[in-house]
Design a protein around this ligand. Structure first.
Ligand code: MN
Length: 231
């Protein structure tokens, strides 16, 4: 046993659907602009750019059902519904044909974003962390084992604010599907068990404010719900 100068922080984790045991989170990788219509609404050409990544800290995860305080230093707080890929294998230079063997589970998550800080960083050539990697920025619903749901390559992905549908697309619209994302990511980083990948959001992102109830889901992978509270 290693001695520590103080008690280490608790292991970040995500619930598993129908199981008491939780999925331990190591890192959170996020794909930018992975649906063409969303790339366009962000003012970018979806056809010209290879996928790029940013990260969130593992302890940004929040369970579905949480009430999340409106975060500090923003006046433009956005939702982004996303397919979550939970890695149970790992390695470097994984071929696309072998990539799905490394997936343990799938789920539904929301990439909460301080859009004003993200755009300021983007436009000044600065890191995205302050726009993306803040406290409680990764609510994630219970994950479903591959053994139970297979590898969803299509199916409705949607998000609603106070019951009004804002995002409504299909996983088949992903520019870079899951095997490509894993393969490309693994060329730059050795992927490890516990890593999560947020695969990008479809069009229709927008702002939320205190009092809003945000719901969303992916066909076959259940639903997520969060509430936004005052700062
Ligand atoms: Mn996103």
């Amino acid at each position: 046993m290693t001695d520590f100068v103080f008690t280490p922080p608790p292991q970040a984790s995500v619930a598993m659907a129908g199981e008491a045991a939780r999925f331990p989170v190591r890192r959170i990788f996020c794909v930018g602009r992975n649906y063409a219509a969303h790339a366009r609404e962000m003012g970018k050409d979806p056809d010209r750019e290879p996928p790029f990544f940013f990260t969130k800290p593992a302890d940004a995860v929040v369970d579905s059902g949480a009430t999340i305080p409106y975060p500090p230093e923003t006046a433009n707080f956005h939702y982004e519904i996303e397919l979550i890929v939970a890695i149970g294998g790992g390695g470097a230079d994984i071929r696309p044909e072998a990539a799905l063997d490394h997936v343990f589970a799938y789920g539904v998550g929301i990439d909460l974003t301080r859009r004003d800080l993200q755009f300021e960083a983007r436009d000044k050539g600065r890191p995205w962390d302050w726009g993306k990697a803040f406290d409680r920025s990764a609510p994630i619903a219970p994950l479903h084992r591959v053994a139970n749901v297979g590898h969803p390559a299509k199916g409705r992905i949607w998000l609603a604010v106070n019951g009004a549908v804002k995002q409504d697309a299909d996983l088949a619209e992903l520019i870079w599907p899951v095997p490509d994302i894993i393969s490309i990511l693994s060329r730059s980083m050795t992927i490890r068990p516990g890593d999560l990948i947020m695969t990008g959001t479809p069009a229709g992102v927008g702002a939320i404010v205190p009092g809003d109830k945000v719901t969303g889901g992916i066909e076959g992978l259940g639903e997520i719900a969060i509430a936004i509270a005052p700062r």
